[in-house]
Write a protein that binds this ligand. Structure first.
Ligand SMILES: O=P(O)(O)OC[C@H]1O[C@H](O[C@H]2O[C@H](CO)[C@@H](O)[C@H](O)[C@H]2O)[C@H](O)[C@@H](O)[C@@H]1O
Length: 401
């Protein structure tokens, strides 16, 4: 596997033969009752064409922003400074509802009994720590090695808000699927159901590998470019503001903006997008995301990928697959919800503070994510050798009889 960062979109799969049936996890196997859906929708409805009106309910927006991106930075955790949450009663109470995926690892693998695991990973805040400069959100060498190993054992996809090229540049591994722009830019292998999907075109990646490129928001490309340029212009006087072009969406970062100017950032974004009724706004961790107002999100991307994985034979029609999605952000909630509502997998929320979520389990930070990935590899090795041993034993018994 190529470990070098490479800006080419990659398409690879782990060829495994699968049987035909539905992808369902019996609810009776749940370790605890699924969390009640109290998560509030992540979308801010942007008032269309109300020029001059500042629709920023300052206190609620600021409060939500602070809780979505706590001051206990994951960077601190990642750099081995355990934050006070260890002793935080609220966190431990919260963990009763969202148990640690490490502590409950055996239960998770029990769900996977007789099934194969398909793994979905968010990037920022999940594989890499949250840092002030989005251009420097690198994953560690150890994390890259862990992702590389897990991707050899399980079909694995990265689903990010970043552009597909950018996230591939950061991850730099070829044995994975990549979905950028919150799932609005996906490359999958040819010969599958997606061949017939509208918005799916045959394409060749930078390694010369042929794939199907699924871009449900392709018509928005010129608009997004235009909005990106306008936002760069309108926020240029706000110290610390940063606008990032993620191909089918635009991120406006205010992490490095003085808190008293956060409202100004939001106002700039509203002023620009009110002229674009087909765009909408969502929130992430100290970031406002402008995106096409289409029915597509990370949840839909997971469904699409499940149908497209395994060299095109598809996983979603099979009850021998357990999907595991690991993510830290509001946009990941759409994916957690799809897995929970469809009983087809488990969501794992990465958070060092209590948060309502559609996930079933939690991990505290990227370090714990890495441990979880390593545990999956170890478990796979163990179960494979056990399977081989029992096969040999059966064959020996047959020979003797
Ligand atoms: O879906 P993701 O892979 O989690 O991407 C979501 C956004 O992540 C990035 O922003 C976040 O991480 C930055 C680096 O740690 C941080 O500086 C920023 O405050 C966070 O919001 C990325 O820059 C965005 O474009 C993604 O949409």
């Amino acid at each position: 596997m190529d470990l070098k960062p490479n800006p080419t979109a990659a398409v690879l799969a782990n060829p495994v033969t699968i049987s035909k049936s539905r992808l369902v996890v019996p609810s009776g196997l749940l370790p605890c009752s699924p969390p009640t859906l109290v998560f509030s929708p992540n979308l801010l409805t942007v008032p269309r064409k109300k020029a001059g009106i500042l629709d920023v309910r300052a206190s609620s927006w600021l409060d939500a922003t602070k809780s979505s991106s706590p001051r206990h930075k994951i960077t601190m955790n990642y750099n081995h400074e355990r934050v006070s949450a260890d002793t935080d009663v609220a966190y431990h109470t919260w963990m009763e509802k969202y148990p640690s995926a490490l502590t409950y690892f055996d239960q998770i693998t029990n769900f996977a009994e007789g099934k194969r695991i398909a793994l979905f990973l968010d990037y920022d805040g999940t594989l890499s720590p949250i840092v002030d400069n989005p251009d420097l959100a690198f994953m560690s060498i150890d994390m890259r090695a862990a992702v590389a190993k897990v991707a050899k054992d399980f079909p694995t996809a990265i689903i990010s808000g970043r552009s597909r090229d950018k996230v591939y540049e950061f991850v730099g591994l070829t044995d994975l699927y990549y979905a950028g722009s919150h799932g609005m830019d996906i490359m999958v292998p040819v010969r599958q159901s997606s061949d017939d999907s509208p918005n799916c075109i045959r394409s060749t990646d930078k390694q010369g590998k042929e794939g199907n490129l699924f871009q449900p928001a392709s018509e928005f490309l010129p608009t997004i470019e235009e909005v990106f340029n306008s936002l760069v212009k309108s926020t240029k006087e706000i110290k610390g503001a940063k606008v990032e072009n993620n191909k089918f969406c635009v991120s406006v970062h205010y992490r490095n903006v003085d808190e008293k100017n956060w409202k100004t950032v939001k106002q700039c974004v509203h002023d620009v997008i009110r002229n674009y009724p087909r765009l909408r706004l969502s929130r992430g961790r100290k970031v406002l995301e402008v995106r096409p107002d289409i029915e597509w999100d990370k949840g839909k991307a997971v469904t699409f990928l499940l149908e497209s994985l395994e060299n095109g034979s598809g996983l979603s029609d099979h009850d021998d697959v357990l999907a595991i999605y690991v993510g830290d952000d509001r946009t990941d909630e759409d994916a957690f919800k799809v897995l929970r509502d469809g009983n087809c997998g488990k969501g794992i929320l990465v958070s060092s503070v209590p948060k309502e979520s559609n996930a079933s389990f939690s991990l505290r930070d990227p370090l714990e994510v890495m441990e979880f990935l390593k545990s999956l590899v170890t478990w796979k090795k163990k179960t494979s050798s056990l399977n081989t041993a029992s096969k040999v034993e059966k064959e020996n018994t047959l020979i003797q009889t």
